[in-house]
Design a binder for this molecule. Sequence first.
Ligand SMILES: C[S@@+](CC[C@H](N)C(=O)[O-])C[C@H]1O[C@@H](n2cnc3c(N)ncnc32)[C@H](O)[C@@H]1O
Length: 168
Amino acid sequence: MDVLKKLEKDKDRFYFLSKEAADYILNLMKARDVKTVLEVGTAKGYAAILFAMNCESVTTVEKYTQQYKTALDNILASKLNNIKIIHKDFLDLDLCCKFDMVFIDGNKGETLACFKKALKFVNNDGLIIVDDIEKKKHRMEDFLKYVNNFNHMKLNIGHGLAIVNPLH
Ligand SMILES: C[S@@+](CC[C@H](N)C(=O)[O-])C[C@H]1O[C@@H](n2cnc3c(N)ncnc32)[C@H](O)[C@@H]1O
């Protein structure tokens, strides 16, 4: 897809989900039959578009106006009609539905707060995935300690991933 290729060459590529992490998550989504995804932190829409090509629907939340507008343009260019983008701070968001997977990739210093909030939005057998746990570990020490209360794995893939089965 042209828009994905364009984003893979983007000057901000290193902020997006890495290729290795994307491959791992897409395989996991297939194995776990993930149909619905909630993403915290859209940026330019790279991961949202990738996930949407591999599941039924993606809801993605972006706080900042410039990123929101750029992501909206990229989502429209992708011609995918299964992505809902919400322009809001995730920490102020109220949703009535739950998702098979929540992907947390927002402000790293807010990871613990986002994780606690994400617990309300995940289905019984669902997953919460947190990106950048290696690259940005100094900004999420509280989360990395707290997650030990849950069934989880920490993987050195891409920028580091935490895969959490919160309700098991
Ligand atoms: C690392 S980038 C996301 C990259 C994207 N997930 C991808 O892989 O293509 C982080 C994004 O999260 C957004 N963000 C930070 N804190 C947020 C919050 N509390 N709610 C929603 N978006 C947030 C930032 O504006 C930024 O665009």
